[in-house]
Design a protein around this ligand. Structure first.
Ligand code: HAM
Length: 414
């Protein structure tokens, strides 16, 4: 019996991997233009790191992590996101002592044991970006502007930016109390999950898909009425900067995010074109996080894009077209065919070679399948005359080219 792939884990063949490559190269270019530097962190960390940063009451920590004990019995988990690992690395390397602002990005696989569906995988990939060391509203606006620049460069325009202000540890308890008081009056009507959340993580009731449309949810207290003057001012400047720069957004009072470390500015980029999983990116400010992990009191803000969801929106990308396909029609010419192929490649041309002698029909079929611009034919007749027959697959024409002129004729570099 053959061994199956694990549910929720995917193989990426050429078309997907071309898309991933496109997302990664575009991200490298644009993020580094904004002064961000790449960091690579481990895919496994001590479980405690995720519990302390993401929050012990979140779905991610409660039920979605792949956790294993090491040989001493200490739990370690596959990373469900990149932020926590980057914070740990930032603290371990004492980056705060070396630079006042650190701008970091990474991309790679993340793991969450969720129920798989379109756009929701157990192994998925994120492009993650973090700006540490500034609590200025301009940093928030820059991060959002970078995200919008990035998706625009990918060619994605039909996305909605949703924003909310989650306040700070000063003002959030007041909002939380008002919310709990309000929701408790309607507890009987809440779904079973929200009845539990009301006591453990009441903010998450706001983004429950089941309860969202209940009539009393329209009257639910909103954060903006409870935030302190500093948080209100911060958010006003951020949203003002977005408006001045024509970055449109929707104020979403129910946007609370699924991770506990956020404060003040939070945002999500959503698409209605990829099914139930609408968020293609999400992020926000997390000012207490580094200190909470035992580091200095350094503020931060960041976001992550889901690469599988971006890929769903991008559709297919065509593979790169190769320059040539070398067909050898005669055993005695194989060494020459191999040498010429190598010379063409060293001259910067791309192409493949049939490894063994085959009939002209099947060789031409193979050459056609490769999609290369030129098919190069080498038989005993061509070998004797020291030429190669070059067939232009677009024009259908065929000419003999001296072997010594082949690189030039195909446009290679000498
Ligand atoms: P998140 O909202 O949990 O935030 O994930 C960010 C994005 O990752 C989502 O918008 C979605 O596109 C993608 N994603 C999440 N789970 C899955 C899944 N199971 N399958 C496919 N795609 C998924 C974070 O992870 C934060 N660390 C973002 C951040 C960085 N906040 C500040 N800095």
């Amino acid at each position: 019996m053959s061994i199956k792939r694990i549910n929720g884990f995917a193989d990426l063949f050429e078309t997907d991997s071309l898309l991933f490559d496109f997302m990664e190269t575009t991200c490298r270019k644009i993020f580094s233009d904004y002064g961000f530097r790449e960091i690579r962190v481990p895919i496994m960390e001590y479980t405690q790191l995720f519990a302390r940063s993401i929050g012990t009451e979140t779905d991610v920590v409660q039920k979605e992590m792949y956790t294993f004990p090491d040989s001493h019995g200490t739990n370690q988990s596959l990373r469900p996101e990149a932020t926590a690992g980057i914070m740990r690395a930032y603290i371990s390397a004492s980056l705060h002592a070396k630079e006042s602002v650190s701008k970091l990005f990474t991309y790679g696989p993340m793991f969450r044991c969720e129920r798989p569906q379109k756009g929701r995988m157990r192994q998925f990939h994120q492009i993650d970006c973090e700006l540490l060391g500034s609590n200025a509203p301009t940093a928030d606006a820059e991060i959002i502007s970078l995200l919008m620049h990035y998706v625009d460069a990918l060619g994605l325009t039909d996305l909605t930016l949703r924003m909310n202000n989650l306040g700070c540890p000063e003002c959030r308890p007041k909002y939380r109390a008002a919310l709990v008081e309000y929701l408790s009056r309607h507890e009987a009507d809440l779904c079973d999950d929200c009845k539990r959340r009301l006591h453990t993580n009441p903010l998450r009731v706001l983004d429950c898909k089941k309860d969202h449309d209940l009539a009393f949810m329209r009257e639910v207290p909103v954060f903006l009425d409870y935030v302190c003057p500093d948080c209100a001012r911060h958010y006003e400047i951020v949203t003002g900067l977005l408006q001045e720069n024509n970055i449109s957004y929707v104020q979403d009072h129910c946007l609370v995010r699924g991770l506990d470390y956020y404060c003040r500015t939070t945002f999500e980029l959503q698409s209605s074109a990829i099914g139930a999983q609408t968020a293609v990116a999400g992020g926000g400010r997390y000012d207490g996080l580094i200190q909470n992990l035992g580091g200095p009191d350094v503020p931060g803000i960041g976001f992550a894009c889901g690469m599988e969801r971006l890929a769903l929106l991008l559709g297919e990308r065509l593979p790169r077209r190769r320059d040539f396909y070398m067909v050898c029609l005669d055993e005695g010419s194989l060494h020459t065919a191999f040498r010429l192929t190598r010379e063409l490649r060293l001259a910067g041309l791309s192409g493949e070679m049939g490894y063994a002698v085959a009939g002209i029909k099947s060789s031409m079929r193979q050459a056609g399948k490769s999609g290369a611009r030129y098919t190069l034919l080498l038989g005993s007749d061509e070998a004797a005359r020291q030429v190669v027959a070059v067939k232009d697959m677009d024009l259908g024409t065929q000419t003999d080219v001296a072997q010594s002129q082949l690189v030039d004729a195909l446009g290679g570099k000498n």
